[in-house]
Design a protein around this ligand. Structure first.
Ligand code: SF4
Length: 320
């Protein structure tokens, strides 16, 4: 008997981003001196890694090749990425593996709860891959994870960074019913660049998701993030800020896009630290309660201390 192996199919399966394989190679720009990161060498880093592995979890820190992992994990801040390591979308900027995901791990919410307790986190960020294959986009799994964290660490504040739940009616209601302390969904870029950067998403659907989260839990905090360096104009960022304020978003993060491989979106330019400071000032003037803008800012970077500052900022708001 002869067994015929479909070599090309096997190679496709082995690729981390099969949909990008035919993209033309984009040049990789040399990083400027202001993009410097801490090497992952500390003992706390190794302990964080051991806890993540022992609980069979994925983190966006590793999957997205985040430049801050050395610093964050040395402080035991790992951002949990639930619902597997394989994403059903194919965003042009993202390093998370794409393809057909496995079935949900039903023990995962408990495992996340237990890992958060072991890490002793006062604030945790939970994100996920996109699960367009699930009827609810994974909303129930998010809600169960929030409940499992609360059951084991009742004082830990919880921030969820969710997908857009596009065409998943009732999903945002399910997540918000679990009462996360912060609801985060990243717009990522300006609407003109969506087709290249977030081809599976729709700008106004993402904006509406944020607005809906605030309608459902006005006392909670909402947050969104942008990457710069993809070719956006300053005026376009101003427009996105205004759109986010119209959706009553409280907290804006802005960081420099870094290109994972030659097959990903190219970097148009590096914004300077002074330009980030200027963006932060403008965003604060537009009324965000909290703004974090720097080359290495990411959604979950310093999320614990930023959450405290966010709560403090609301406390000092003038009462009407
Ligand atoms: S910034 Fe966020 S994703 Fe990056 S290492 Fe820190 S916690 Fe992980």
């Amino acid at each position: 008997m002869t067994t015929v192996l479909d070599q090309s199919a096997m190679e496709r399966r082995a690729l981390r981003h099969p949909e990008k394989a035919s993209n033309a190679d984009a040049p990789m720009l040399r990083k400027p001196e202001w993009i410097r990161v801490k090497a992952p060498v500390s003992r706390a880093y190794a302990e964080t890694k051991a806890i993540v592995r022992a609980h069979n979890l994925h983190t966006v820190c590793e999957e997205a090749a985040c430049p801050n992992i050395g610093e964050c994990w040395s402080e035991r801040h790992a951002t949990m990425m639930i619902m597997g390591d394989t994403c059903t979308r194919a965003c042009g900027f993202c390093n998370v593996k794409t393809g057909l995901p496995y079935a949900l791990d039903l023990r995962e919410p408990e495992n996340v709860g237990s890992a958060v307790a072991r890490l002793g986190l006062k604030h945790v960020v939970v994100t996920s891959v996109d699960r367009d294959d699930l009827d609810d986009g994974g909303a129930v799994h998010f809600a169960e994870t929030i409940a499992a964290i609360r059951a084991q660490s009742s004082t830990t504040t919880i921030e969820v960074l969710t997908p857009d739940f596009l065409r998943k009616p009732g999903a945002i209601e399910t997540v918000m019913a679990a009462s996360p302390d912060v609801f985060n969904h990243n717009l990522e870029t300006v609407p003109r660049l969506y087709l290249n950067v977030r081809p599976g998403a729709r700008y106004f659907a993402s904006l509406r998701l944020l607005q809906r989260a605030k309608e459902l839990a006005p006392e909670g905090f909402t947050k969104s993030g942008l990457m710069v360096g993809l070719g956006e104009e300053r005026e376009e960022i101003m427009q996105v800020m205004d759109d986010l304020r119209t959706a009553a978003v409280d907290f804006l993060t802005i960081g420099q896009y870094l290109q994972p491989t030659r097959k990903h979106n190219a970097i148009a330019r590096f914004w300077t630290p002074d330009e980030f400071s200027a963006l932060e000032q403008i965003a604060r003037a537009k009324g965000f309660l909290m703004v974090s803008a720097s080359p290495l800012t990411r959604s979950s970077y310093h999320a614990d201390r930023d959450f405290l500052a966010l709560r403090e900022a609301r406390r000092h708001l003038p009462t009407s």
